[in-house]
Design a binder for this molecule. Structure first.
Ligand code: 3PG
Length: 384
């Protein structure tokens, strides 16, 4: 593919698609790893004298309606702080985008735009009309064929890969080509349904899969354990059973439960056999954490995506913390990816102890699966 670094950007209108989909709480960015990862690209374009227009999605708002909750403004404020310069938010890019050479603006959340998710040509053409050069740098959203990631690349005068996207593809490609074994994946997060395919693919290449979070509940239920009111997808129990036959999936023997999903919920440690009807499982217990950490010691490659508990609430964060520290101590080549995972990496301060940190969540997992990322494929097509 064409690379941004190979182009003369001076005086050009450069539209950069980043993945600035970061957690925001009370109008403040709470984990800025993705924003920091995008800085070199933006700075490079600025230094080259480009008129820089950045765009990103944030969350999953309803299309066609503006809602302040999902506004990109907190991201712009944070980015401005990191860049040490103003970053204006363009509320409606169709009314025109004013930007001088060496300046940067940020378009409002692209997911407010009708047709974004459907990859509508009309919207993609409107984005493309903003620029001389389109730079796809959002590795984290490269698995989405949407107007701001894929469609725009069809219509832009020039479409190329940004340095972050190029670096991600390079590093992950090299790491996964011939993994040192045992290869252990940690797959956490809330739902099996959103990660079933990746679990299936990982079951082909991994020696062991550690499941956590809501995902583990479906596996617990599949092995006949009580899960009370926990998040659990009954329709996926057969799929979970099949996976357990195929690959080693150790399950927690103790769990930390709460009666409500809240910051002040009381945490109660229970045996995985003693979960009550009104309990919700929010973390793995200390015995399980210790056993899993021990298993991680012998791993030579670790792929981590998703926390194993509701770590944003401290009382349900010990399991994720224990695994994070085990990864930090391990000699294995470790790769961490995913928004929540990066937030955990930050929270437990292990960033410099993980071999490679990817900005991708779903994209990271699809890459691991060997799937074609549509936003990369279109760049390859354009390069022909
Ligand atoms: C992510 O967080 O994985 C990416 O930003 C993509 O977000 P999405 O799953 O809402 O498309």
């Amino acid at each position: 593919v064409l690379k941004m670094a190979d182009l003369d950007l001076s005086g050009k209108r450069v539209l950069i698609r980043e993945d600035l989909n970061v957690p925001v709480k009370n109008g403040k960015v709470t984990s800025d790893a993705r924003i920091r990862a995008s800085l070199p690209t933006i700075q490079l374009a600025l230094a080259a004298g480009a008129k820089v227009i950045v765009m990103s999605h944030l969350g999953r708002p309803e299309e066609g309606v503006y809602d302040e909750e999902s506004s990109i403004k907190p991201v712009a404020a944070h980015l401005a702080g990191l860049l040490g310069r103003d970053v204006n938010v363009i509320k409606d890019f169709r009314e025109g985008v004013e930007v001088a050479a060496g300046e940067v603006v940020l378009l409002e959340n692209v997911r407010f735009n009708k047709g974004e998710k459907k990859d509508a040509d009309e919207l993609a053409q409107a984005y493309a009309a903003l620029c001389d050069v389109f730079v796809m740098d959002a590795f984290g959203t490269a698995h989405r064929a949407q107007a701001s990631t894929h469609g725009v690349a069809k219509f832009a005068p020039v479409a190329c890969a940004g340095p972050l996207l190029a670096a991600e593809l390079d590093a992950l490609g090299k790491a996964l080509a011939t993994p040192a074994r045992p290869l252990v994946a940690i797959v956490g997060g809330s739902k099996v349904s959103t990660k079933l395919e990746v679990l299936e693919s990982l079951s082909d290449i991994c020696d062991q899969i550690i499941v956590g979070g809501g995902i583990a509940n479906t596996f617990l239920a599949a092995s006949g354990k009580p899960v009370g009111k926990s998040l659990c997808e009954d329709d996926l129990i057969p799929a979970a059973k099949k996976l357990m036959e195929k690959v080693s999936i150790p399950l927690p023997t103790d769990v930390v439960c709460g009666k409500e999903f809240s910051e002040s919920a009381v945490a109660t440690l229970k045996s995985a056999d003693a979960v009550e009807a009104d309990d919700m499982i929010f973390d793995i217990g200390p015995d399980s954490a210790k056993a899993l950490a021990e298993q991680l010691k012998s791993a030579k490659t670790i792929i981590w995506n998703g926390p194993v508990g509701v770590f944003e609430f401290d009382q349900f964060g010990e399991g994720t913390k224990a695994l994070a520290l085990a990864i930090a101590e391990s000699d294995a080549f470790s790769i961490a990816g995913g928004g929540d995972t990066l937030a955990a990496v930050d929270k437990y301060e292990i960033a410099d102890k993980v071999s490679y940190i990817s900005t991708g969540g779903g994209a990271f997992l699809e890459f691991v699966e060997g799937k074609v990322l549509p936003a990369v494929a279109i760049l390859e097509e354009r390069a022909k």
